[in-house]
Write a protein that binds this ligand. Structure first.
Ligand code: DHB
Ligand code: FE
Length: 279
């Protein structure tokens, strides 16, 4: 049976891709951010996952406002990104794990999660940049299954439901009849708001409480409504739902091995958390 090795939760900001393309990792602005990933990369080199299930939110590259699934899952042999308008170079394609994708689709639909199944799917900066931060040589050593949660067009799924989706994914992965080590990624947040009168809104106190909660009381954030979360962390900070889904996918005990929190990267409070699954 498959084994869940742990989870990496991280922010995603297009400017990170610009910094990678220009080689700015050691510049004073970027160093505290990029340095945060070294311990995660060491852990990955030791743990050697075969597959990554990636909870992320699309920003209009694959799904636009005319058709917006609440939950979608990739079931493609390969995933590519494309020009999102940020001027970022496209990264090498990502190999899909079709067997795990279809296993998850069957299991999640049986579990009453009405996933939109995507046999073709473009993945945007929310997917590609965390991968490039974890594997800077961009020779991806894992097959991937993208799981997309809507955070751009209201109504959004509740925090509690996103956590339950994560739990259903975790159960399904553990029931997957494959000799595979599975990593769970969650990318988005933490606090940020890009538009309107609250543009630039950050909330360090809430972000840190949220990070703490993922080990001490993983259901803490599920007690907030979407509107209350948006008030706390901003209209894009709501992307922290991806962290909550990823945490839900780790059944049983976890150990926090590493974290980093750095304000700001572009308009975003950037967070990074590594949880090892101790079953
Ligand atoms: C920024 C952050 C995001 O999460 C995003 O998707 C786009 C831009 C930013 O802070 O610039
Ligand atoms: Fe985003």
């Amino acid at each position: 049976m498959a084994v869940i090795v742990g989870s990496v939760m991280t922010s995603h900001v297009p400017a990170i891709g610009g910094a990678i393309a220009k080689g700015l990792q050691d510049e004073p602005y970027w160093k505290p951010f990029f340095d945060g990933f070294a311990p995660v990369r060491r852990w990955l080199a030791a743990v050697r996952p075969d597959v990554a299930v990636v909870f992320y939110n699309d920003h209009g590259l694959n799904f636009f406002l005319d058709k917006m699934p609440t939950f979608a899952i990739g079931a493609a042999p390969e995933y590519r990104n494309a020009d999102e308008g940020w001027g970022l170079p496209p990264l090498p394609p990502f190999a899909g794990d079709e067997d795990l994708s279809w296993h998850l689709v069957e299991s999640l639909v049986a579990d009453d999660f009405d996933m939109v199944t995507c046999q073709e799917m473009l993945v945007d900066h929310a997917f590609t940049l965390p991968m490039a931060l974890l594997w800077p040589d961009q020779r991806w050593p894992v097959r991937v299954v993208p799981v997309c949660i809507n955070t751009v067009l209201f109504p959004l799924p509740s925090a509690a439901r996103c956590h339950r989706l994560g739990q259903a994914v975790g159960r399904a992965v553990q029931a997957w009849d494959a000799d595979a080590r599975v990593l769970v990624l969650g990318t988005g947040g933490l606090s940020h708001q890009l538009e309107g009168t609250r543009a630039g809104h950050l909330n360090k106190a809430f972000d840190l409480q949220f990070i703490d909660s993922l080990t001490r009381d993983p259901l803490w954030a599920t007690r907030f409504s979407i509107n209350d979360l948006v008030k706390q962390v901003g209209t894009q900070g709501i992307e922290l739902l991806m962290w909550l889904a990823a945490r839900g996918a780790l059944p049983g005990a976890v150990a926090e091995l590493h974290r980093n929190y750095h304000i700001p990267i572009s308009n975003t409070a950037s967070g990074l958390l590594l949880l090892e699954h101790r079953g």
